[in-house]
Design a protein around this ligand. Structure first.
Ligand code: KG4
Length: 339
């Protein structure tokens, strides 16, 4: 029997999960409402909230799984990338737990964890999983990457954003419209009642498989500023159409490189992960393309596509099986790639 405790604290969600023999028994997530007032994550406040949340979250994860501390064989924690102060809370907790119970520690790369979320199994839930190699579009508040996954622990980044991430584009444009944080889910909801063809925004012309979203954000800001000069109620009068048109632009940008990557690699198993994978416009576009191009599509369910410890525990499980442990003096890292 192998029991792993997974810990995630890379940004503004404190999460703990228990995995037993490859099955995720619990996945507790404490989100931090404190950032809403600021229109984005405030790193110092995030660290403080993690400190308050981490013990209750681990306690709940153990209780929900019906597992005692004595049964845990290893502790897996997100080492990076992310906000350093946030990562330090999870890393320090993992070290304290490992020392107290004399357990091995497993470091987990946050990006790899988002990808391996596609392999999460839950008790009594039938799930489909991709086979290797598969192509992943990883899109969150901090990442927009295209990755070929050769094996659980062997991944190759073939494209990435050269500036902002797709989630950042959603969040920053939402802020321009006064929609609060995180803006992605709000735009998604409002876009359902809007006309996606009403407004057009510039799309980047970046060669290869890389993305860029900073130009879109700026052109959106300037467009709104100009329109408000003519009609101070422009945002309110056109909110649904603005959201639908912006969402369509972001989805078109994401889809065009995903299609290119699928063509170049010849891979038809396509996974999408990260917070933005919850976007209904993106999901519809990927499914429509799948029907045309014969792709098989994999999207983790919502609880496992946003930041969560279930994906950390499952990554920890494969590293445990491969004997990949880390020393107690490991420090977190704010930035890294998959290599
Ligand atoms: O993976 P995640 O929970 O955290 C990290 O960034 O690591 O992703 C959060 C991002 C935010 O930018 C949020 O606005 C975006 O995912 N997001 C969405 C949706 N749900 C979350 N963006 C568009 N549509 C959604 N439904």
């Amino acid at each position: 029997m192998t029991v792993i405790l997974g810990i995630e604290s890379s940004c503004d969600d404190t999460s703990a999960a228990i995995l037993k023999d490859g099955i995720v028994l619990s996945n507790i997530i404490a989100s931090q409402k404190v950032h809403e007032a600021y229109g984005g994550v405030v790193p110092e406040l995030a660290s403080r909230a993690h400190q308050q949340n981490i013990i209750p979250v681990v306690d709940q994860a153990l209780k929900k799984a019906g597992i005692s501390m004595e049964e845990i064989n290893a502790i897996a924690f997100t080492r990076g990338p992310g906000l350093l102060g946030s990562l330090l809370v999870g890393t320090s907790f993992a070290k304290g737990f490992a020392i107290a119970r004399n357990l091995p520690m497993i470091e987990v790369n946050h990006l790899q964890a988002h990808i391996l979320a596609n392999f999460i199994k839950e008790p009594g839930v039938e799930s489909r999983h991709p086979s290797f190699p598969f192509l992943t579009l990883l899109v969150s508040g901090g990442n927009s990457q295209l990755i070929v996954v050769h094996d659980y622990l062997k991944m190759e980044m073939i494209g990435q954003t050269i500036d902002d991430a797709a989630g950042e584009a959603f969040d920053k444009c939402a802020k321009v419209m006064g929609l609060g944080y995180p803006g992605g889910p709000v735009i998604d909801k409002l876009a359902r009642e809007g006309n996606p063809e009403r407004f057009t925004f510039n799309k980047p012309q970046i060669p290869g498989l890389d993305y860029s979203f900073s130009g879109l954000k700026t052109s959106f800001l300037y467009f709104i500023r100009d329109e408000i000069k003519k009609n101070p109620d422009f945002i309110r009068d056109n909110l649904n159409d603005l959201c639908a048109s912006l969402q369509k632009t972001i989805v078109d940008i994401l889809l065009s490189k995903l299609k290119k990557a699928a063509k170049q690699t010849g891979i038809k198993q396509i996974a999408i992960g990260g917070g933005v994978s919850a976007n209904s416009g993106l999901q519809n576009a990927v499914h429509t393309e799948a029907a045309k191009s014969g792709w098989e599509v994999f999207i983790p369910r919502l609880g496992f596509s946003l930041d969560n410890a279930g994906m950390v525990a499952v990554t920890g499980y494969y590293k445990f099986l491969a004997g990949q442990f880390i020393r107690l003096d490991a420090v977190p890292f704010a930035r890294t790639t998959l290599d």
